[in-house]
Design a protein around this ligand. Structure first.
Ligand code: ASP
Ligand code: MG
Length: 423
């Protein structure tokens, strides 16, 4: 039988009592004939607490020492979880990231997994054991301990599943991936299946269901990933490359991203290299730019250049663009805070038509002004005033019929123009 990597998130292992419930998942998988590898996060808010402690030592704690510290959170979870499994009669053993063969580059606090040597894991599985591996951490070629970035235990789990040619079950405190955040949209529904690409788009829009690199790895190595609730039984959501039954599904989820800031450079003299001069200093301070729009300005040879960044990054970006505009002469900078984006995401958009118009109609009927629009192959995003975000999210969710059990059919009909129901 195949290998299943079961990953339990921080809130699922926040106490020994909760770990005992997780152990039932391990038992069930073993009874089903699977060989099981467990990956755990640090218990509850441990990582935040450790970061808090480090912060008390000074303004910017050494990144190497911070990794040494944070890695202990997951290590404590593994040993406790192994003891809990022992009490259930399961031959488990805890392993740190490096004992499990996880190698990374040397970028402390945001390391990338460079390889997995699964010799030890395979040997333990062969002996009938359940390895309990510390998520979120690895070791560099120089034997330094690294961590993979917040939420990185998902990535550990998918990397191990890839190296063992197994599947990956991610247990969380939600029942799967939803058509929208159920806390904001009461009618949101759990999706049965979602594609890797849809998950990646949603992650880049701020949905925090899975660590984005876990999804990237899953896609690259074709690892079937399932997101499940750790303590409530259910089918969860399966993340797959493609699903023929989804062909008709044009929009699968809507996502709200708050805290968007926008910078508009007006009347910028357009010449070779001017765009590079705008964005190079932004890249240099490690700020991620979401959308870039360039249009002709009123004066000949001049353009307006608009881009969005996280609002918290505005202040680190602003001085560089203001300096540049002053150097170039005649250009002006406008900074907008208080924006959000509402996005419709769906793999079926590649071939479907009418998504943007449906979305625009829904926002128009709600009396909302769209400030900008950007698209990718499988996404349409509208920039709106932040106050309008939640309302817009619900309106767009409703417009695509996502709250209804037959939503896929309704959306498909609508796209084919055969709907008379006035969706
Ligand atoms: N404990 C780490 C965090 O809280 C890693 C993880 O939970 O995946 O970010
Ligand atoms: Mg955590």
């Amino acid at each position: 039988m195949g290998v299943v990597v079961q990953k339990f998130g921080g809130s699922s292992v926040a106490s020994v009592a909760l770990m005992k419930q997780c152990a039932q998942r391990v038992l069930a998988a073993r009874r089903g004939g699977h060989r099981v590898v467990v990956v755990v996060s640090a218990m509850g808010d441990t990582t935040d607490d450790l970061i808090g402690l480090a912060g008390q030592t000074g303004a910017s704690p050494d990144r190497r020492e911070l990794d040494q510290l944070l890695a202990t959170g997951e290590q404590a979870s593994t040993a406790l979880m192994a003891m809990v499994l022992h009490a259930e009669g399961i031959p488990a053993l805890s392993l740190t990231g490096w004992q499990a063969g996880i190698s990374t580059d040397g970028a402390h606090s945001k390391a990338t997994i460079t390889g997995v040597d699964s010799t030890r894991l395979s040997a333990e599985l062969e002996l009938g054991k359940v390895p309990v591996v510390a998520g979120f951490q690895g070791r560099t070629a120089g034997d330094e301990i690294t961590t993979l970035g917040r939420g990185g235990s998902d990535t550990t789990a998918v990397a191990l599943a890839a190296s063992l040619a197994g599947r990956c079950d991610i247990y969380k405190d939600v029942e799967g991936v939803y058509t929208a955040d159920p806390r904001l949209v009461p009618g949101a529904r759990r999706r049965e299946r979602v594609t890797y690409d849809e998950m990646l788009e949603a992650a880049s829009l701020g949905s925090q269901v899975l660590h984005p690199r876990a999804v990237e790895l899953g896609k690259k190595f074709g690892v079937p990933i399932r997101v499940l609730h750790s303590h409530i039984d259910g089918l969860g959501t399966l993340i797959v490359a493609d699903d023929p039954s989804m062909e008709s599904r044009v929009v699968s989820s809507v996502v709200l991203k708050r805290g968007v800031g926008r910078i508009v450079l007006r009347e910028l003299p357009n010449a070779p290299g001017v765009q590079a001069r705008v964005f190079e200093p932004i890249a240099a301070v490690n700020v991620c730019v979401d959308d870039i729009i360039q249009e002709e300005a009123a004066a000949p040879g001049r353009v307006n250049l608009t881009f969005t960044v996280d609002r918290k990054d505005l202040e680190s970006v602003r001085p560089a663009v203001e300096r540049l505009c002053a150097e170039l002469g005649g250009a002006a900078v406008r900074v907008d805070t208080g924006l959000c984006t509402v996005s419709a995401v769906g793999a079926g958009m590649r071939s479907g038509v009418g998504v943007a118009s449906t979305m625009f109609r829904a926002l128009a009927q709600s009396g909302l002004v769209i400030e900008n629009v950007t698209t990718s192959e499988i996404r349409v995003s509208c920039v709106l005033r932040e106050e309008a975000g939640e309302y817009a999210l619900r309106a767009v969710h409703e417009a695509f019929g996502l709250g209804h059990p037959d939503s896929e059919l309704r959306t498909a009909r609508m796209m084919l123009g055969t709907s008379t129901s006035g969706v």
